[in-house]
Design a binder for this molecule. Structure first.
Ligand code: SAH
Ligand code: SF4
Length: 370
């Protein structure tokens, strides 16, 4: 199987080129074609000699993933279904909001952490994504969008737990941040974690600093351990200490995410307890009204209950936002990503097969074309 160049280090490529008698500057040219010009094939690398293009094509590929289908939600959110080299499947979600285009990417096939309210967790765990497969989601979708639309934010909130796939997550972030890579600003990248404490600490010691979102979901260890088994290993006190020490610059704040499950963690006393444990934190709280799925045993609270929860926290001085669930109709909202067989068939949603022609010309679907 041909290896993706997104999974090959620059130094390895240099050695390989040297061994076949190619000058070092060819590596720079190849990387420029991939990351700046964003071509999809070696044939398009027109300033390389034909024999080198042939060599690359024989031994390598560019994209580690193939787009199978995408679905468009009534609210404009797009869900992409990719197949990987071993036929595993992952999803990425593109969310247009005002002038921004936020891309939500996956880091694992499934997830091993088994949070009880999350469909990805219920689906179980198959494997980690490689760095190229993580990065490849951003590169592919940016190419697909074409040069006029730019992905403005990348959030690690798709399938999987990024800090349980630490090395590859960090490797992918480095290329996203690099000038020679995707040249994204570190302020525009957010890693979301269920609270893997050693991973949070390690991320804080890297030579870059990205935004951190922490999935809290309960104000007490008892309740949190029921909802998120990872809390038994890294309880709230440990988690909050690691969050306090995460070295975000002064003007930036950590985000806490709190999924609201009707009758479980959404009562006024939960809001008051949450306010108490977060006392003194410079943070932002995102409330996520539960996104339902037939496989999950919880209910979404009413809008009035959500607003009441928010009000209690605001009165305690917190910045609290209710995250609208974008793409719920196509199961693209938080916690709804799980590749089902129906995703490759049809389930009554708009579902379009992608031909390589549309995939490489940056065709952007509009509602009128649906
Ligand atoms: N594994 C990481 C990132 C992926 S999940 C994490 O857990 O943080 C992104 C967010 O969606 C998390 O806050 C997660 O708890 C939340 N989520 C999971 N299932 C959900 C559901 N059914 N409804 C609403 N939010 C959910
Ligand atoms: Fe994994 Fe995050 Fe889902 Fe928990 S919420 S099962 S950590 S993807």
């Amino acid at each position: 199987m041909r290896e993706s160049l997104l999974d090959v280090d620059e130094s390895f490529l240099k050695e390989t080129f040297q061994s076949i008698g190619e000058p070092g500057y060819r590596v720079t040219q190849v990387l420029d074609w991939i990351y700046q010009k964003k071509v999809a094939t070696f044939a398009e690398m027109t300033n390389l000699p034909i024999h080198l293009r042939d060599f690359l094509d024989k031994h390598y590929k560019i994209d580690p993933l193939t787009l199978l289908t995408y679905q468009e939600s009534a609210d404009g959110t797009l869900k992409f279904l990719f197949s990987l080299g071993d036929n595993e499947k992952i999803e990425s979600v593109l969310i247009p909001m005002n002038q921004n285009l936020t891309l939500c990417i996956s880091t694992q096939v499934g997830c091993p952490l088994d949070c009880k309210f999350c469909l990805t967790g219920v689906m179980g765990y198959t494997r980690n994504l490689t760095a190229g497969e993580i990065l490849g989601q951003v590169l592919f979708i940016q190419r697909w969008l074409g040069p006029k639309k730019r992905i403005s934010n990348v959030v690690f909130m798709g399938m999987g737990e990024p800090l349980a796939n630490y090395q590859n997550t960090v490797k992918a972030i480095r290329v996203m941040l690099s000038e020679k890579g995707l040249n994204l600003s570190n302020r525009k990248i957010t890693v979301s974690t269920s609270g893997i404490v050693p991973g949070i600490r390690k991320l804080g010691r890297e030579d870059f600093i990205v935004n951190l979102a922490v999935s809290l979901h309960a104000p007490s260890n008892d309740l949190r351990s029921q909802l998120m088994p990872i809390n038994r290993k890294y309880p709230l006190e440990m988690l909050l200490e690691a969050c306090r020490e995460y070295p975000l610059p002064k003007r930036r704040r950590i985000t806490f995410e709190y999924v609201l499950l009707k009758g479980v963690n959404d009562r006024p006393h939960h809001a008051r307890e949450l306010a108490k444990i977060l006392k003194g934190f410079r943070c932002k709280i995102n409330l996520l009204p539960f996104n339902e799925a037939p496989e999950l045993p919880y209910e979404r609270p009413s809008d009035a209950e959500v607003l009441q929860f928010q009000k209690i926290l605001i009165e305690q001085g917190y910045s609290v936002f209710i995250r609208t669930s974008r793409g719920r109709d196509i199961l693209a909202a938080c916690g709804q990503l799980a590749v089902r067989s129906s995703d490759t068939g049809c389930s009554g949603f708009k579902l379009r097969p992608i031909s390589s022609a549309t995939a490489s010309t940056g065709f952007f679907p509009s509602k009128s074309m649906a």
